[in-house]
Design a protein around this ligand. Structure first.
Ligand code: UAG
Ligand code: ATP
Length: 492
């Protein structure tokens, strides 16, 4: 596309010629190739302007900035463009260079503090059962018809627009009709979803997370609310106070789901087994008894959210209720590890106070004996949630094993001290910073009938300590422990 055409409808001023061919949009200088335009944006750690010489060396045909002082003073060998906001320009130009592919797709965006990955995957599975081609994009990666694809993409909850619109383009090209994606508050705030032509926005819950990025809960809520403005229609969890208020302020089509009165999609838990829940689901004058193969009230809400989306897309609720019996959770979400040791071992991605509460509530309700919880909190992230998570763990756990969970630049011992502030005075706990040893110790401590819950990392395959990311998987640790225990039994 000609640079002139790319800039056509966008406020900007230009120093240099706009008669050059643009092949791609890039905001990382090392990824610039011949024909790219480099958008030099200011980040959390560095300023893209620093990397302009590298981008030009790599073949950038033009540079885009939003820094007026730089624009006025710089003398470059390639055209220099000033735009009011580089982040929204990144979204606009990424969409335009691919000819706005989102417009040809049905895009469903799911937001919430917890449950985004789960609900996007549930929507994806239901669409697949209806023989629809679907792409799911989020924390666990990109999935096409349930199969992990584009594995080289960075694993962000909400991808950068340069990747997002390339995926939309690919979806159109390969006959995919539906794209289901996660909308993180950071992604929304940083304009990553601008020009994504979102058809349905789903609001699951707004509790506490990423306060260090947004500055306050109010700002966090405002970031989430952006989705309500963007989406043509929204589906809202009426049981969540903040979501409900976002729902009421929506101008345009909106539906509510939940357990309370006056909702469009109603559910009620009738029975909870050890691995499934029976619910009553009601929409207009239809009533169905549904068997959901998960436990926890929050999982019923997740399934209902997914069914509400499909119903709004005009698929029959009765069929969806039937399919819901075969749903599965994404990797690392309430993942039970089979074993011959008589233990209930659960790996789960809960890393916020509310996720931890919902999860442990479900675990505690069916625990036969003691509950042993292994966890810590991430470093360089919101500190206020640490004692809250400590308090929640202390309410439900008989024994707590404090360890390390992506401590990043912080001292894990200090993180754990902040967690301990929430413990009851009688709480039994140990601290083993080496996460593998902590998991081993918890499994060693457990007796037949006990439940061991390993929280915070779920599907993750790495652990970041300092600046170093090392391979790490809770799943592999548990497998190794169980394998060693089996071998020891065989040897005796
Ligand atoms: C907070 C945040 O949005 N961080 C992302 C962001 O970093 P940043 O804006 O701070 O950028 P920076 O590193 O300071 O660099 C500034 C500019 O210089 C460029 N640069 C930088 C270094 C270099 O060598 N060359 C170069 O050109 C960068 O590409 C960027 O354009 O842009 C980087 C490059 O695209 C991302 O890798 C980085 O995501 C990191 C990995 C991250 O972890 N982000 C998390 C916090 C995040 O976005 N999470 C949300 C929410 C998750 C949730 O809800 O649980 C998500 O949607 O994933
Ligand atoms: N509806 C819900 N309400 C509260 N907690 C939930 C809900 N759904 C899932 N959880 C908890 O949150 C954890 C993370 O779930 P999931 O990955 O689906 O959320 P997410 O919003 O995508 O998280 P992230 O943004 O951190 O990637 C689960 O492992 C579970 O413990």
């Amino acid at each position: 596309m000609q640079l002139a055409e790319l800039l056509n409808d966008w406020p900007c001023t230009v120093k240099g010629s706009v008669r050059c061919e643009v092949m791609r949009i890039e905001d990382h200088a090392s990824e610039v190739t011949a024909g790219s335009i480099f958008v030099a944006r200011k980040g959390k750690e560095s300023n893209g302007i620093t990397y302009i010489p590298q981008a030009i060396l790599n073949g950038a045909v033009a540079i885009v900035v939003d820094d007026e002082h730089y624009y006025n003073s710089a003398k470059l060998t390639v055209p220099l463009i000033w735009v009011p906001n580089t982040l929204s320009f990144l979204a606009y130009s990424s969409a335009k260079i691919h000819h706005f592919p989102a417009e040809a797709l049905t895009i469903i965006a799911v937001t919430g503090t917890n449950g985004k990955t789960t609900v996007t995957h549930l929507i994806g599975q239901l669409l697949q059962r209806l023989k629809q081609n679907v792409m799911v994009i989020g924390t666990n990666g990109v999935f096409v018809n349930g199969k992990r694809s584009f594995e080289h993409y960075q694993s962000l909850t909400t991808l950068q627009p340069k990747q997002l619109h390339a995926l939309f383009h690919e979806a159109v090209k390969t006959g995919i009709r539906y794209v289901v994606l996660e909308a993180s508050s950071i992604g929304l705030h940083k304009h990553r979803l601008d020009f994504s032509d979102i058809d349905i926005g789903v609001f699951l819950n707004v509790t506490e997370d990423h306060i260090e990025d947004h500055g306050s809960l109010e700002n966090y809520k405002l970031a989430k609310q952006i989705l309500a403005t963007m989406a043509k229609q929204i589906i809202v969890n009426s049981d969540d106070v903040i979501c409900r208020s976002i729902g009421f302020s929506k101008k345009g089509k909106r539906s509510f789901f939940g357990k309370g009165q006056h909702v469009d999609y109603f559910y009620q838990v009738l029975f909870e087994g050890t691995s499934y829940t029976t619910c009553l689901v009601q929409y207009k004058d239809e009533k169905h008894v549904v068997h959901i193969p998960f436990v926890g009230d929050y999982q019923c809400a997740n399934v209902l959210a997914a069914m509400s989306v499909l119903t709004q897309l005009e698929y029959p609720l009765e069929q969806l209720c039937h399919f819901s019996e075969e749903l599965t959770l994404p990797e690392g979400r309430f993942e039970r590890i089979k074993n011959d040791n008589g233990l209930d071992i659960i790996i789960d991605y809960a890393h916020t106070p509310d996720a931890m509460k919902q999860l442990l509530l479900a675990v505690k309700r069916q625990a036969k004996q003691r509950v042993i919880v292994v966890f810590s909190c991430g470093g360089n992230r919101d500190q206020a949630k640490r004692p809250k998570m400590g308090m929640i763990a202390s309410i439900y756990a008989d024994v707590i094993m404090l360890t390390t969970d992506n401590a990043r630049d912080e001292d894990p011992t200090t993180i754990n001290e902040q967690i301990q502030q929430g413990f009851s005075s009688t709480q039994v706990f140990h601290e083993i910073l080496d996460r593998k040893q902590a998991i081993f110790a918890a499994l060693n401590e457990a007796k037949v009938g006990d439940t061991v819950v390993i929280l915070g990392k779920g599907h993750e395959k790495t652990q970041q300590i300092g600046k170093i990311q090392s391979e790490f998987s809770d799943h592999l640790c548990v497998s190794q422990f169980l394998h060693d225990a089996q071998k020891a039994r065989n040897d005796n």
